[in-house]
Write a protein that binds this ligand. Structure first.
Ligand SMILES: N[C@@H](CCC(=O)N[C@@H](CS)C(=O)NCC(=O)O)C(=O)O
Length: 244
């Protein structure tokens, strides 16, 4: 049975943290909400699952979630860890396995902060209705939060005792795929700021380049399964929120 991944169509969003692990591992999956309703897909199928229609399993609070038979896995970091651990993209040693999970959860924190830059007052409001607050939030995010998160990733790679150029353990893991995605997202949303910061994080960027060159990731990015960043997503490019 292939996995069923449920996430909003039309944006990479938080679904991408699951999708990248599935793609890097070469694991078959259905991106259910992107399928036609005639094939049991669409947003309606996703929303039906979330209210328990047609199944009596756990209810995910929000997309993304992953379903395989009776197993329902929600929260982007938990999904990435679950898939990585089951499909050869996680460290073997227990301490490193646990730390990879911590990295993934921290990455989810960064994603939430990147989202809150354009929605600092309320998730249910339009960006246009919270622009002054977004301007203030963006300055703090660019100047303080981006260097703090990126510096942490850089330090992890530098301190990795395996000297593998990865965040944790001897090989590329789902934690590295998450870093790859946030670096791409931040470069899309804040191109000027990322250009300024880039020289400070050579190891993180080298790792992202390595992930980008993985044959399965390259094939995925060239496929019609991959969706580009846009202003419906988490990482949005509003020029007025970016600065060097
Ligand atoms: N912490 C969760 C956040 C999930 C989340 O906020 N999902 C968004 C889409 S990216 C959503 O549809 N939220 C609906 C809601 O919060 O009501 C995760 O990382 O998966």
């Amino acid at each position: 049975m292939p996995y069923d991944l449920y996430y909003w169509p039309g944006l990479p969003g938080r679904g991408e943290f699951a999708r990248l692990v599935l793609e890097a591992a070469g694991v078959p999956y259905r991106d259910v909400a992107r399928l036609p309703e005639a094939e049991g897909g669409g947003v309606a199928a996703m929303q039906a699952f979330m209210v328990g229609r047609g199944h009596d399993g756990p209810l995910p609070f929000a997309p993304p979630f992953l379903v395989e038979g009776e197993l329902v896995v929600s929260q982007s970091a938990v999904i990435a860890a679950f898939l990585g651990e089951h499909h050869g993209l996680a460290p073997e040693a227990e301490a490193e396995r646990i730390f990879a999970r911590s990295i993934a959860v921290t990455t989810a924190d960064l994603v939430a902060e990147a989202h809150d830059v354009h929605h600092p007052v309320g998730v249910g409001l339009y960006y246009e209705d919270q622009k002054p607050e977004a301007t203030r939030r963006a300055a703090e995010f660019r100047e303080s939060r981006m260097p703090k998160f990126l510096g942490w990733y850089e330090a992890l790679i530098a301190r990795n005792p395996h000297d593998s150029g990865t965040l944790v353990g001897p090989d590329i893991t789902y934690a590295d795929l998450g870093l790859y995605q946030v670096l791409r997202g931040l470069a899309y949303a804040f191109p000027k700021r990322m250009e300024t910061l880039r020289p400070d994080y050579p190891l993180a960027h080298a790792l992202a380049d390595k992930v980008d060159a993985l044959p399965r990731i390259a094939a995925y990015r060239a496929s019609d399964r991959a969706t580009g960043f846009n202003e419906n997503g988490i990482f949005r490019h509003y020029p007025e929120l970016d600065a060097a």
